[in-house]
Ligand binder design. Structure first.
Ligand code: ADP
Ligand code: MG
Length: 727
């Protein structure tokens, strides 16, 4: 009997739900482990507090003397909460977060010690960063990277460590992380959106982008997961036969949550409360053992940090519940994958959601302005948007026949489609008073204030308008949201800048009234960007054909999708906005294609190992049992044995056949890897991994999965799909 799998099965079947202590009210513990405004008021002097708030609200610099005061206050607060260490918490380009812990503790030289944490430690740190990917930036400039405090995301305590959210830059100021470009894109967007918002309300002085992510994930029993080297090392199953029952019955979705999973969620939510992550909804997803969790939306930078922190906390809490969280976009073949919908909107410092329809025609014109500009930005940059979510793991969703597809389109619903169709007919030039009144009354004024309850909602569009926000759904469940958010912010910023220039020009040159000018520019945008709008729900071949006719890109695989990131047009856009320079952009592209190759390389190795070390030996063992059986039959029946052994003989042959194919596949795959590794150019290498190495995965897997159903269940060493998905 295969020990590991059966031990794991026994363990998983004997598990009792882990008890969770709940606070009386969640609000009581919300933000308790965060150095938030309340804590700052208590631990900082008035000057220090004001300087932090100024930095948060207006991006002003914090001077060194005050930094010393702030760090002292922060340290006292942290120690009062039981912290012993501090770390600069940052987002290197590996996609996860990094920390280097230092103790507050320092000796004073006379044999005693104190707890120390000066302004220098708060504002700047030099982690030993040589092993983080940097795409050559640091070699070109200076071999050091620095982390520096980002006051717009508050410090928090995790375990006994004070975590200080920081940016990570090279000595010469190039971004080595995801946060710096995100912050710059938010600044660009704020500038552009504020200018446009002023057409409608002079009092607006700041626009924040907001993000509410929805995190999908799978939970698998920890022991079962540990019995699978592919889950341990690649976070997805590289082989495994589909279970007899999958998700066809749809009985998991919004069904009752199993107790073990529920207790995990309850503890997780308590941890989130302490950390100030405003999680709000939880439910089952479509696939068995698949779940989703979503917070109340926040300002983008904070929301991104909270999502990264959440993923970290999920791993830790799951351990206590003997579960493993799978964030991978496609952990199981043939079962729905996981995404991370990014709900995105714009909100003014006067409290208005710029993508929310309003109660008056003027407010609705404001809504339409931001709505149409976003659609236009996505249309003009659809390939770039696609590139922002490209990764080896997300290819399994976007490239496969699973929604959302690799083609970016925008869904807006029939009501808004009708409104845009009307606006397309607006007269060129100045509008007659009659037409304007008519428009305001019958088109703009007719957009209902509440589109949210609109039943005509599409669940699978990659980029959908959902009442008062856009929902970027093609983002992968493992992704750091910074990357797609940076690109979305940047292209909308650029678009709004252009819009402002065009409207102002009509006002100045053509002496148009402001709203005439706005109508005129919007009309052109609506016409120009029409091709990106797609209201259909099916994404098969018909849509691919149609999209091709429309000139939309359909980059199914990552190396192809990433190309546009280093195109001159893209670099120009980012340079103009001050979001990234050429060096930073090219470095990122380099890192991303390299990461792709490594990803495929690792998966290939794991698959080869499992197939050769687990699948083939097990199959041979079973084949030997059959051979013995056949020999026994021959002993009893003599020449007549074939009558009784024909099935066994055919299984013996089938096994040999599959083994041969697997072995051949692995040998050829290794060869293809060797060839790929010889390629110097990182992009070319990624293409080789994609086109020459990856195709072997399916081939090898196919034969392994066939063996899984041939071989005696008692012998099979790897936890099966039905066990992982239904236990
Ligand atoms: P669903 O998409 O399942 O219908 P909801 O409409 O309730 O769910 O919202 C999903 C996510 O959208 C939540 O995280 C919510 O906080 C977020 N959201 C709602 N309004 C905004 C907004 N103005 N900006 C950004 N995110 C938002
Ligand atoms: Mg959603």
């Amino acid at each position: 009997m295969s020990t590991l799998r059966f031990q794991a099965l026994k363990k998983s079947l004997n598990r009792k739900p882990i008890e969770v202590k709940e606070p009386h009210r969640r609000s009581e513990i919300f933000g308790k482990n965060v150095f938030n405004e309340m804590a700052m008021r208590q631990y900082l002097t008035k000057d220090s507090y004001k300087s932090v708030m100024d930095a948060v609200q207006h991006g002003s610099k914090i001077n060194r003397d005050l930094a010393d005061h702030i760090s002292t206050g922060m340290k006292e607060w942290a120690i009062s909460k039981g912290a012993t260490h501090y770390t600069h918490w940052f987002q290197p380009l590996t996609g996860s977060t990094a920390e280097k812990h230092d103790a507050f503790f320092e000796t004073t030289g006379n044999g005693s010690a104190i707890e120390k944490f000066g302004g220098g430690s708060l504002v700047q740190q030099e982690p030993d960063a040589s092993s983080f990917p940097n795409g050559g930036i640091r070699n070109t400039f200076e071999a050091r990277g620095y982390t520096a405090w980002d006051p717009t995301s508050p410090a928090f305590i995790l375990g006994t460590t004070l975590c200080i959210p920081t940016v990570f830059v090279s000595y010469t100021g190039e971004a080595l992380d995801y946060k710096v470009p995100l912050l710059r894109s938010l600044q660009a967007l704020d500038g552009a959106a504020t200018e446009v918002a002023k057409y409608f309300d002079k009092k607006v002085t700041k626009v924040n982008a907001t993000l509410g992510w929805e995190q999908e994930y799978f939970l698998v029993d920890a022991a079962l997961a540990a019995s699978r080297p592919d889950l341990v090392m690649a976070e997805r199953t590289l082989l495994g036969h589909a279970p007899a029952k999958g998700q066809q019955l749809d009985d998991h979705y919004f069904g009752s949550i199993p107790t073990r999973a529920l207790n995990f969620m309850r503890e997780l939510e308590n941890e989130c409360m302490l950390l100030g992550i405003p999680v709000k909804t939880r439910h089952n997803e479509v696939a068995p053992n698949q779940f989703e969790l979503a917070p109340i939306f926040e300002e983008v930078n904070l929301a991104v940090d909270h999502n990264l922190l959440l993923m970290d906390v999920m791993d830790k809490v799951a351990e206590r519940h003997h579960l493993k969280v799978l964030f991978h976009e496609k952990p199981f073949a043939g079962v729905n994958g996981s995404g991370k919908h990014n709900n995105w909107s714009l909100s003014t410092d006067t409290g208005v959601n710029l993508l929310g329809p309003g109660s008056t025609p003027m407010k609705n014109l404001q809504f339409l302005t931001f709505f149409v500009n976003t659609i236009k930005a996505v249309y003009d940059n659809e390939e770039l948007i696609r590139s922002s979510i490209a990764s080896a793991s997300n290819d399994h969703r976007l490239g496969a026949n699973e929604a959302p597809p690799a083609i970016i389109s925008v869904f807006i619903g029939s009501q808004l489609t009708k409104a845009l169709d009307e606006l397309e007919k607006v007269t060129d030039g100045k509008l007659s008073p009659q037409e304007k009144t008519d428009l305001k009354l019958n088109v703009v004024g007719k957009i209902p204030e509440i589109l949210l309850d609109n039943t005509d909602r599409n669940r699978t569009s990659p980029f959908a308008f959902t009442g008062n926000k856009f929902e970027f759904r093609a983002v992968g469940s493992t992704a750091n949201c910074s990357n797609p958010m940076t690109i979305l912010n940047a292209i909308v910023a650029k678009q709004l800048q252009e819009f402002k220039v065009e409207v102002d020009k009509l006002i100045k040159d053509k002496k148009m009234k402001k709203d005439d000018a706005i109508f005129n520019v919007l009309r052109e945008y609506i016409k120009k960007s029409k091709k990106i709008r797609f209201e259909g729900d099916g994404y098969g071949e018909a849509w691919e054909k149609e999209a091709k006719k429309r000139g939309l890109s359909n980059n199914k695989k990552t190396p192809e999708a990433l190309k546009v990131k280093k195109a001159d047009k893209t670099i120009k856009l980012f340079e103009e906005l001050g979001v990234m320079n050429r060096v930073e952009m090219e470095a990122r592209h380099e890192i991303e294609v390299e990461e792709y190759s490594m990803h495929i390389q690792i998966e290939g190795r794991i698959l080869g190992d499992i197939a050769r070390n687990h699948v083939i030996p097990t199959s041979i063992r079973y084949q030997n049992i059959l051979i013995k059986n056949v020999q026994g039959l021959k002993d009893i029946y003599g020449d007549d044995f074939k009558k009784h052994a024909s099935e066994q003989l055919s299984i013996i042959e089938e096994i040999s056949n599959h083994i041969e194919k697997i072995n051949k596949g692995i040998t050829e795959m290794i060869d293809a890897r060797r060839q790929a590794n010889k390629i110097e150019d990182t992009e070319e290498k990624a293409f080789a991994y994609c086109d020459e190495v990856r195709p072997y995965f399916d081939e090898i897997r196919y034969h392994c999965d066939k063996l899984e159903i041939l071989v005696d269940d008692e012998l099979w060493p790897l936890a099966k799909y039905r066990e992982m998905l239904f236990n």
